[in-house]
Design a protein around this ligand. Structure first.
Ligand code: S3P
Length: 448
C-alpha cells in the first residue's frame, strides 16, 4: 500500500500511541511461562506481537482476547511448552524470534523458525552462539540467518556470556534460557540496553541482579529453575512510536501536542534527551509508576531546532528512534552528527544506508562517515520524493513525518509495514493535524 504525506501546519491535541512493542512481546512470553492465568491490558495489537501470540498458541499456550481488548494467558510454567506441528513464522519481528529462541532452548523438542524477507536477512548468530554454549542445538541457513531449527534441552548449562553488542534481544534470550538452567546465568553487555525483561522477571518472583562487570560493561544475572508467578500486566504507550508525533510537533512551529501514558523507562528515553538538546520544548506531566514502569504525559511544543552531536553511548537508549531523529536534524539549524550507528545496519532494514539515501532523495545533504551519520540541517526541506519502506515500519513512518514538514509531499511505497508496530498511525497523526493518506483510497482518518 502506498501512503502520501502532504505538508501540514502546526499540530495540536492529545493522543495515546499504541502499547509498547517490547513490553507487549515480553508480557505474552513471560505470561506463557508463568504457572496460572495472567492478564494483559493495553497490549500492542500490531502484527509483530500478534505473530508472537500465534507462535505461543502453536506451542500449546491458550491465549484469549476479551472483547474489551484485555488478553488472558494461561501459563504452562517454565519448560511446559509443547512441540509445534509446523514452522513458527515470526513475520517481521526480531524481538519475537530472538526472545522465543531463548525460551525454546529450554525445551527438549525441535522447532523451526522463519519470518518475512526482512527478518530472514537479520543476524541470529548473536543469540544462537550463547544458546549453543548453554546446550541447545541450532542449525541455521548461511550467515546464521533464518530459517533455522532449534532443539533445546530441558536442563541447560548456566553460562557467563560477554556480548559484543548492547542488545536487549540478546540479553533477554540468554536470561530466558537461564530460567531453564540450574544456578546463575550472566550476560555482560558493553552498555545497558532496555531492561524490561529484568523488571518483569523480578515482578514475577525471579531473582535478577544488575551490577558493573569486571573488565567493563554491565552484568545481568538471573537465578534459574524458578517458578514464575502469574501477573496483571499493564502495557504503557510506546516511547518509540511516540517519537513520530513528537518530532512532527517539535519541528512544526506553533504545535502543542500531548502524548499520554508514555513509558519513561530511562533505558528508552534517549530520543527525548536528544530532542531537548536540539532545543525542543518537552515537558513531562502526570509522572507515575504503572506495573513496574514509570509513565507520564509528554507535552511537546514546536519551535526552531538546532543541530546536535549525539554520543555513541546513547545509542541503546534511542536505537529505534534514530530514523525519525535524522528527520528532526534535517529541519534543524546546522550539521548534526550521530555517532556509533553500526547496529542500525542490522535492523528491519539497513537503516543507516536507507535513511541516508531517502534523505538525499528529499534534498537533505547527509554523509556516512565510518559508523557516524552527518545530517546538514537547513531549516527547510524540499521533500517531493518517492520512498520504498523496504519492509521497515520506522523507515515508512519517518518519511511520512518528513513529508508533512517538507515543502512538497512525500510518497511511501510498502506503508502497510507500519501495522507491525503502530496500527492506526495515519489516523492518529491526522487527528493531530497531519495530512497522511493512501492516495488510491482517500485519507485513512476518513475511512471507517
Ligand atoms: C528490542 C531491542 C532492540 C530494538 C527492538 C526491540 C527489544 O533490538 O531495536 O526494536 O524489545 O528487546 P536490539 O536488542 O537488537 O538492539
Amino acid at each position: 500500500m502506498e501512503m502520501q504525506a502532504d505538508p501540514h501546519g502546526a499540530l495540536s491535541g492529545r493522543a495515546r500511541v499504541p502499547g509498547d512493542k517490547s513490553i507487549s512481546h515480553r508480557s505474552l512470553m513471560l505470561a506463557a511461562l508463568a504457572v496460572g492465568e495472567s492478564r494483559i491490558d493495553g497490549l500492542l495489537e500490531g502484527e509483530d506481537v500478534l505473530a508472537t501470540a500465534k507462535a505461543l498458541r502453536a506451542l500449546g499456550v491458550e491465549l484469549v482476547r476479551e472483547p474489551g481488548g484485555r488478553w488472558t494467558v494461561h501459563g504452562v510454567g517454565t519448560g511446559g511448552l509443547a512441540e509445534p506441528e509446523d514452522v513458527l513464522d515470526l513475520g517481521n519481528a526480531g524481538t519475537g524470534a530472538r526472545l522465543l529462541l531463548g525460551i525454546l532452548a529450554g525445551h527438549g523438542f525441535t522447532s523451526f523458525l522463519s519470518g518475512d524477507a526482512s527478518l530472514r536477512r537479520r543476524p541470529m548468530g548473536r543469540v544462537a552462539r550463547p544458546l549453543r554454549a548453554m546446550g541447545a542445538e541450532i542449525l541455521t541457513r548461511s550467515g546464521e540467518r533464518l530459517p533455522l531449527a532449534i532443539t533445546g534441552r530441558t536442563r541447560l548449562l548456566p553460562i557467563v556470556w560477554r556480548s559484543e553488542v548492547a542488545s536487549a534481544q540478546v540479553k533477554s534470550a540468554i536470561l530466558l534460557a537461564g530460567l531453564h538452567a540450574p544456578g546463575e546465568t550472566t550476560v555482560i553487555e558493553p552498555l545497558p540496553s532496555r531492561d524490561h525483561t529484568e523488571r518483569m522477571l523480578t515482578g514475577m518472583g525471579a531473582v535478577v541482579r544488575t551490577a558493573p562487570a569486571e573488565g567493563g560493561g554491565v552484568a545481568v544475572t538471573v537465578a534459574g529453575e524458578v517458578e514464575l508467578l502469574p501477573q496483571q500486566f499493564t502495557v504503557p504507550a510506546d516511547p518509540s512510536s511516540a517519537a513520530f508525533p513528537a518530532v512532527a510537533a517539535a519541528v512544526a512551529p506553533g504545535s502543542e501536542v500531548a502524548l499520554e501514558d508514555v513509558c519513561l523507562n530511562p533505558t528508552r528515553t534517549g530520543a527525548y534527551t536528544t530532542l531537548a538538546e536540539m532545543g525542543a520544548t518537552i515537558e513531562i506531566t502526570d509522572r507515575r509508576q504503572v506495573a513496574g514502569e514509570e509513565v507520564g504525559t509528554l507535552r511537546i511544543r514546536g519551535g526552531a531546532l538546532r543541530a546536535v552531536d549525539v554520543p555513541a553511548e546513547r545509542a541503546p537508549a534511542m536505537i529505534d528512534e534514530y530514523p525519525v531523529l535524522f528527520v528532526a536534524a534535517a529541519f534543524a539549524g546546522g550539521t548534526s552528527r550521530f555517532r556509533g550507528l553500526a547496529e542500525l545496519r542490522v535492523k528491519e532494514s539497513d537503516r543507516l544506508a536507507v535513511m541516508a539515501e531517502g534523505l538525499s532523495a528529499c534534498g537533505v545533504r547527509c554523509a556516512i562517515e565510518g559508523e557516524d551519520l552527518l545530517v546538514e540541517g537547513t531549516g527547510a526541506v524540499e521533500g517531493g520524493a518517492a520512498i520504498d519502506a523496504r519492509l521497515d515500519h520506522r523507515i515508512a513512518m519517518s518519511f511520512l513525518v518528513l513529508g508533512g514538514l517538507a515543502r512538497n509531499p512525500v510518497r511511501v511505497a510498502g506503508a502497510e509495514t507500519i501495522a507491525t508496530s503502530f496500527p492506526g498511525f495515519a489516523r492518529l497523526m491526522n487527528g493531530l493535524g497531519a495530512r497522511i493518506r493512501a492516495p488510491a483510497e482517500g485519507t485513512e482518518a476518513e475511512r471507517p
